[in-house]
Structure formats: C-alpha cells, structure tokens
Design a protein around this ligand. Structure first.
Ligand code: GYE
Length: 321
C-alpha cells in the first residue's frame, strides 16, 4: 500500500522540479535581429554604438546587420531574422515606403517588429508594435525658427537659402524639409533658392555644396543642412571657394554630434538642432516588455534641444555623442 503513495509523492516532486525549471527557461536571453541603415554619419555611428552597448548591458543576444543604405539589404536581413526565428525584429528603415510585404511576413511568423529612429508609411499600423525616435518635423521647425530669429536680429534683409536634403524618401529628409519650410513661411524674405540631396554624408554634402556655389556663388546667404555631416562637408567646399563658413554663409544643421560642436567652437557653424541617437536602452526595454506581454506605447519620442554656436564651448564637455 505504501508503494503507490511513494510513487505519487515522487511524481509530485518531479513535477515541482520541472515547474521550478520553467522560470530558468523563460529567462533565456532574448534574441533581437537589428537591421541598421548603414554607417553614413556620425549620428549613425553613435546610434549603432548605443544599440550594441545596451544589448550587452541587458544580456540581449543581438544579431546586427548593416544595410549600407539599401532597402533591399534591409528586406533581406528581416527575412533572414524571420527564418532564424528571433524573438524581436528591430530596424531603422532607410526609406518610408515599400515595407508592407516583409512586415506582413514578420507578423505572420508572430515576430513583433519595433521601429527605431525612422518611421514607415504602412496602411496597417498593426505591422509594428512601437516606433522609438525623434519628431523630425519639429526638428525642422526648430531649425527654421532659429533662422527666423536670426533674420529679425540681423536687419531683416532678404536671405537666399540653399538646402542639403537627407536621403531621398527617408523620414528625416521629408519631415525636416516640411518643418523648416513651415517655420520660415511667415517671412517672405527667406527664400530657398536651391535644394538637393546630399544623402546624409560628408562627401555628398561637399559635392553638392560645390555645385551650389558654382551656380549661385555669392547669392547664397544661408545653408540649411538636414544633418551635421553634410554641413561639415559643405564647410570644406565653402572654405575651398574662398568664403568664410558661419560668416559669409550662415549654416544651420541638425543632429548635435561632436563634429558639429567642434565646427561651432571654430565659428564655422551657427547652430545645430539636437537629434538624440542614444536609443539603445529604450529599445532593449521595449523589446523585453513586448516579449513579456506588457503593453508598450505605439510612439516613444525623445527630448531634444537646440544648440547655437554661443553655447558650444560650454556645452561641449557634457555631450555624450
Ligand atoms: O539625422 C542623420 C543620419 O535618421 C535621424 O540619419 C537619423 C538621421 C540623422 O544619417 O545624420
């Protein structure tokens, strides 16, 4: 009679041991597949470093793929993450459109997708769980408002603006253009006379600025660059043309990277509007929450400031990227 009881007891012990083992199983490291835009700018380098560092800190197994600014590489990377059955897919979409098919594949495979930095245009918002990143329209407005202010303080004369746009079809290029145009619309003396893409890189920024200088010459009063790297490239072109960047041509740009602060300290750049690339910790936290079944906000934005050249030297030591 004692034997069956003993057996039941042992079975119960075994079951308890199994149950105790479950939390250990659930705590296995999270695997995130991340598709990065590329390595086109200082901003991007800081963003990549933040994501890698945060993954290490959080004990996340990060599969990192660099798309070299090509959408097709991102689609390939996402498909490979689906095939590998990662827990979460995160990516910074190089352009806004053309994602429906691959995002539907991720959804069908029940793998949640988190967007970081840049957004997508999709008809079905359930194709991603959350978007972590800046308000690019607001950044553009901030750049425009700074110029409105500058114009007012400097004799309210007509100012011809050239614009270096970011990557064609990318959210930051489209939105920064929109926000800037909106902010300067109230002053008809501020006119954009040329606008072309420099693909967010120094080399292209320099090349396109050279072309602007060749065709417009001394007519150019202001440069609005969608990122600091293009502004830095353009500074070189302006100097090579025998002009003084920051003086002969007022320069307004976006990001707030170290290179911009260095240029401001030398009086070659007038202002940078901050865009925070340090999204890694928020991404890891959001991914963990999604996998744990906790609700996450559909949109997570970042606090950012505006840094004119006058504060550059003082603020520089506190900058984290
Ligand atoms: O401003 C630029 C980078 O998507 C916000 O991409 C990002 C932009 C950033 O290449 O420097």
């Amino acid at each position: 009679m004692t034997l069956p009881i003993r057996r039941t007891f042992l079975a119960a012990v075994a079951a308890a041991a199994c149950a105790a083992a479950i939390p250990a199983f659930a705590a296995r490291p999270l695997t995130i597949g991340f598709s990065q835009v590329g390595a086109e700018s200082e901003w991007r380098t800081a963003n990549t470093a933040s994501i890698k560092e945060a993954a290490k800190q959080a004990g996340v197994n990060l599969k990192f793929a660099d798309a070299q600014q090509q959408q097709q590489n991102q689609v390939k990377a996402i498909r490979s993450f689906i095939a590998q059955r990662v827990d979460v897919i995160a990516f910074s979409p190089v352009v806004e459109t053309g994602w429906e098919t691959v995002l539907r594949e991720a959804k069908n495979a029940k793998i949640p997708v988190i967007l970081t930095d840049r957004s997508v245009k999709v008809s079905d918002p359930s194709l991603y769980v959350s978007f972590i990143g800046s308000d690019f329209v607001e950044e553009g407005r901030r750049a425009g408002r700074w110029l409105m202010d500058y114009a007012k303080k400097n004799g309210d004369r007509p100012l011809n603006i050239v614009e270096l746009q970011g990557t064609v079809g990318s959210a930051p290029a489209t939105d920064r253009k929109t926000g800037f145009a909106e902010a300067i619309a109230a002053n008809p003396k501020l006119k954009i006379i040329r606008s072309q893409t420099g693909d967010f890189t120094r080399a292209k920024g320099k090349e396109v600025m050279e072309a602007f200088l060749k065709s417009e010459g001394k007519k150019i009063n202001v440069l609005f660059a969608h990122n600091d790297d293009m502004a830095i490239g353009a500074i070189q072109a302006i100097e090579e043309a025998g002009l003084k960047p920051g003086k002969d041509i007022v320069i307004v740009s976006i990001d707030g990277v170290r290179g911009a602060f260095e240029a401001m300290k030398q009086g070659k750049l007038n202002v940078t509007v901050e865009c925070n690339p340090l999204l890694g910790p928020t991404l890891m936290q959001t991914a963990q929450n999604v996998v744990a079944g906790k609700p996450v906000p559909k949109r997570i934005t970042v606090e950012e400031g505006v840094f004119p050249a006058e504060v550059a030297a003082k603020v520089f030591p506190t900058r984290k990227y």
